[in-house]
Design a protein around this ligand. Structure first.
Ligand code: PAF
Length: 285
């Protein structure tokens, strides 16, 4: 697998693929790769001649310096995993390559970025939209693959691509889970033993939601039931629970009669060792 560290080098690689008429799938990551990321690589592998992955811990999407500093960095292992999963090229730029000195341009989906998780992490989705636009412009792939676990992120990226007419197809890929249902995440390694066991409460709450929506319910009842399942786990602190219309993330109330998205964020541990986990489910009644 080829390792590119500069924009000119990655562009040369992709141009060489294009010259042979090959299609290119892109998987953007911040490293610390787990099965969830590798499932994106596998999906891209089945649909394209070439797979390009990126590893870049994007500073503009972190709210505080310690979260950025503590973000796991496992480049050697990540490269080996990408190679084993069938990646052809990995782009690993320095911050100055992506954000040249004096840069002042950002991309923001003004509504979608400033609601739900965007309210608790101000600037986060602006940082995501900005870096993803840059990576799309740099690599110029045919399609890019994103996990459905980061549901709001996926909607932000879809909207941004549509609004800015970026010539790339966005593919959402189902969340990969541990055997007990916990969604795979780079943050899981930071959970203490007992918190790791307790963390299965997120998927248990979403499984319950799926069952009750299938037999008809309303938004308030569903919300109360999810909150009480999370509260039944003493190590978990519910930080966010949003039930919205699927895709638009618009408000919904009363009986659930159309597809919904449930987005959960739950914290474990305290102080500097607090770990915030997210999970989501799109459910059609
Ligand atoms: O989901 C992620 O890992 C990041 O938000 C992304 C899309 C790679 C942008 O930095």
């Amino acid at each position: 697998m080829h390792i590119s560290r500069t924009i000119s080098d990655i562009r040369e690689q992709v141009q060489a693929f294009r010259a042979k008429g090959e299609t290119v799938g892109l998987v953007t990551t911040m490293g610390a790769l787990h099965e969830g990321h590798l499932s994106l690589v596998s999906e891209a592998r089945t649909a394209h001649d070439r797979v390009v992955a990126t590893i870049f811990v994007n500073p503009t999407q972190f709210g505080n310096a310690s979260d950025l500093e503590n973000y796991p960095r496992t480049e050697v292992e990540d490269i080996a995993k990408l190679e084993a999963a069938g990646g052809d090229v990995v782009f690993i730029p320095e911050v100055a390559e992506i954000y040249p000195a004096g840069d002042e341009t950002f991309v923001e989906t003004t509504r979608l970025a400033n609601m739900l998780h965007g309210l608790v992490r101000p600037g986060h989705f602006r940082g995501v939209a900005t870096v993803v636009t840059k990576l799309f412009n740099i690599v110029q792939a045919d399609a890019a693959y994103f996990g459905e676990k980061d549901y709001q992120q996926l909607q932000v990226i879809r909207r941004m691509v549509r609004d800015l007419h970026i010539p790339i197809s966005i593919r959402g890929v189902a969340t990969v889970r541990e055997p007990d249902g916990l969604a795979m995440s780079s943050r899981n390694v930071r959970l203490s033993g007992e918190d790791r066991i307790a963390a299965r409460v997120l998927s248990q709450a979403l499984d319950h939601a799926e069952t009750v929506v299938a037999s008809s319910t309303d938004v308030t009842t569903l919300s109360n039931q999810i909150a009480s399942i999370i509260a039944s786990e003493p190590r978990a602190r519910l930080k966010g629970l949003d039930i919205t219309e699927a895709t638009s993330l618009g408000p919904i109330s009363g009986p659930i009669d159309r597809p919904i998205a449930i987005m959960l964020s739950v914290a474990f541990g305290d102080g500097a060792s607090e770990v915030l986990l997210i999970d989501q489910r799109e459910i059609t009644p």
